[in-house]
Design a protein around this ligand. Structure first.
Ligand SMILES: C[S@@+](CC[C@H](N)C(=O)[O-])C[C@H]1O[C@@H](n2cnc3c(N)ncnc32)[C@H](O)[C@@H]1O
Length: 223
């Protein structure tokens, strides 16, 4: 019961999630670490409760699975081009009827009309020019008042940025846990300028209090 610091409804849903993964040792270990370094509950709280949601670069599906348990009226599709992660996600979360997974590169995936898109720690793996293309494409497919929720690492404060680069170098370049060979971490001021230029209204939130990583969330609304 490591979830005791969480409150009310969210606590119940986290336990449902823990029940689903309880027979998978590797997943349990990964999830235990993830919770220590990533503010899952803070980010989950920022999502709308219903609608069509497409999570691009969903990895092994932890994040969309927690969301789908918390909000039954969300209909979620997770997309990732890492076959192993998608196979694991499909196998582990098959009982969640409002969640499905597609193994595809984000740039081959045919973007469709949706209420919400999310990119959780994905943009930093994509060259900046392609990030722009992707975000413009998502803007075109979002419904009016639809949201694109982006979780990234900021470039400040400097000690958190350095720590993040060090950890990612191990994860991406040495143990190849994540696809990619270069990082494209971008200043929040540059991102905000880009998002506004595309047409979004932008909410910028730091969710890194108590964490060594410079976690930030951009909630972008198409008005
Ligand atoms: C750091 S992981 C984050 C995974 C997940 N969003 C999470 O928060 O747990 C980045 C993910 O993006 C995926 N990814 C990166 N570039 C991609 C692309 N072009 N198409 C599909 N997936 C991509 C990787 O395979 C990886 O699973």
């Amino acid at each position: 019961m490591g979830s005791l610091y969480l409150k009310g409804y969210f606590l119940i849903r986290m336990n449902d999630f823990e029940k689903i993964i309880e027979n998978n040792k590797d997943f349990k270990k990964f999830y235990k670490i993830k919770r220590k370094i990533f503010p899952i509950e803070k980010v989950v709280e920022l999502f709308p409760e219903k609608g069509e949601l497409i999570d691009l670069g969903c990895g092994n599906g932890i994040f969309p699975a927690i969301l789908s348990l918390k909000h039954k009226d969300l209909n979620i599709i997770g997309v990732d081009d890492d076959e192993k992660k998608i196979d694991l996600a499909k196998k582990t979360f098959s009982e969640l009827k409002n969640l499905s997974f597609v193994k595809e590169n984000i740039f081959d995936f045919k973007l469709k009309e949706a209420d919400i898109y999310s990119l959780i720690d994905v943009l930093y793996l994509i060259p900046f020019e392609l990030q722009i293309k992707l975000i413009e494409g998502i803007y075109g497919k979002l419904k009016t008042n639809g949201k694109l929720i982006i979780k990234e690492m900021d470039t400040t404060p400097f000690y958190k940025y350095l720590f993040n680069i060090f950890q990612e170098s191990i994860s991406v370049k040495i143990i190849h846990r994540t696809i990619g060979s270069k990082f494209y971490f971008t200043k929040s001021s540059e991102y905000i300028k880009l998002f506004e230029k595309i047409g979004f209204s932008v909410q910028y939130l730091r969710v890194d209090k108590g964490y060594l990583y410079p976690h930030v969330v951009y909630i972008l609304t198409k008005s």
